[in-house]
Design a protein. Structure first.
Length: 95
């Protein structure tokens, strides 16, 4: 795990659109672990991926007792080919 730099208010990356999460793999878990470590180091309550320079739809929230709540948003597709944003997966604990 690594502590990442937190982007400050006014950085243009915070105004960009994020991409949905499309793969749930070891790389994602490593990034979420880095974000959790960064959150603890900064004594924060929550940290979104764009705040550490990653344009993906996920965040880490400290729910107490050292247990991170990880939220990842992807896209759900209907049979008609239309997609609807907002499928949210809640992932508790460590990888």
């Amino acid at each position: 795990m690594a502590i990442r730099n937190i982007v400050k208010k006014g950085d243009e990356i915070l105004n960009k659109n994020c991409k949905p999460v499309t793969e749930f793999n070891e790389k994602l878990w490593a990034l979420l672990d880095d974000m959790h470590e960064t959150l603890r180091d900064s004594n924060g309550a929550g940290l979104a991926a764009p705040q550490v320079g990653i344009l993906r739809r996920y965040c880490v929230i400290d729910v107490g007792e050292g247990v991170p709540l990880r939220i990842c948003s992807s896209q759900a597709y209907s049979q008609g080919g239309k997609f609807y944003d907002g499928l949210v997966l809640l992932l508790l604990g460590s990888s």
